[in-house]
Design a protein around this ligand. Structure first.
Ligand SMILES: [Cu+2]
Length: 250
């Protein structure tokens, strides 16, 4: 299960990275993907309009019978093309819609500690963390979505509540009745290096059931001092909360 999730995350990352020259997979790159699909759609429409005219110009003038059957054929072709365009349009329009995004600051014990970017996709929520060098202790850290959008009690960050778990599961990807909707893999902070992490959570959406991040009391993104063991109850024995970000309806 862990391997499957990792593979999915890798696929998303490589899709985003290959779409743009930059290393940082900002959400403009998603727009770039949909933009090129839009261009293909326009080109396909142009071809379908130009097609029958070009074929009429190439008509063989030697026999009326032959040109009539060609005309019929051309008519059939343009009808078939129109049908394809009509069938394809709803799917293309759906693909072209850009995901909703949300940006918020990550707060530590002494103020701003980094940046959080979220994107709401048909398959789940993409989380992108940007944390400057030196802001977090080097090593592996747990990261979860917690149940309330409240980071007002720094440095404890207990006001954010427990893990976001609207579906009533146990904590951890290694647990039989797991996992919480807010559970995610640990990430690495390298000494002296900026941290850029991208995770994909298939259980969450911005506002759709069964696990909307932007419900009445919002949610919080919490980073812990230690590592999630993916099985201890109720929160993976991940240690103190060291950073918090509010996620709520704007
Ligand atoms: Cu947590």
């Amino acid at each position: 299960m862990a391997v499957k999730m990792e593979a999915k995350t890798t696929e998303i990352q490589s899709r985003i990275r290959t779409s743009q020259a930059g290393i940082v997979p900002d959400f403009a790159s998603l727009g770039h993907l949909t933009e090129s699909r839009e261009r293909r759609k326009v080109a396909a429409n142009r071809r379908s309009r130009a097609g029958p005219l070009q074929m009429a110009g190439n008509r063989d003038p030697s026999g009326e019978f032959a040109s009539r059957s060609e005309q019929e054929e051309n008519g059939m072709r343009s009808f078939a093309m129109a049908a394809i365009v009509l069938i394809a349009s709803p799917a293309l329009a759906q693909e072209a819609s850009k995901p909703a995004t949300y940006s918020t600051e990550l707060t530590g014990a002494e103020g701003t500690l980094g940046q959080v970017e979220l994107a709401d996709t048909p398959g789940g929520v993409i989380l992108h963390l940007s944390i400057p060098a030196g802001a977090l202790k080097p090593g592996m850290h747990a990261v979860h979505f917690h149940e309330k959008g409240d980071c007002s009690d720094a440095p404890a960050f207990k006001a954010s509540g427990g893990h976001y778990n609207p579906t009533g599961h146990q904590h951890g990807i290694l647990t039989a009745n797991g996992m919480h909707a807010g559970d995610m893999p640990n990430f690495m902070v390298v000494e002296g290096a900026k941290t850029e992490v991208e995770l994909f959570n298939t259980q969450l959406r911005f506002s759709e059931d069964p696990a909307p991040l932007m419900d009445a009391d919002g949610s919080a993104l919490i980073i812990h001092e230690g590592t999630d063991d993916y099985q201890s109850q109720p929160s993976g024995d991940a240690g103190t909360r060291v950073a918090c970000a509010v996620i709520s309806k704007k």
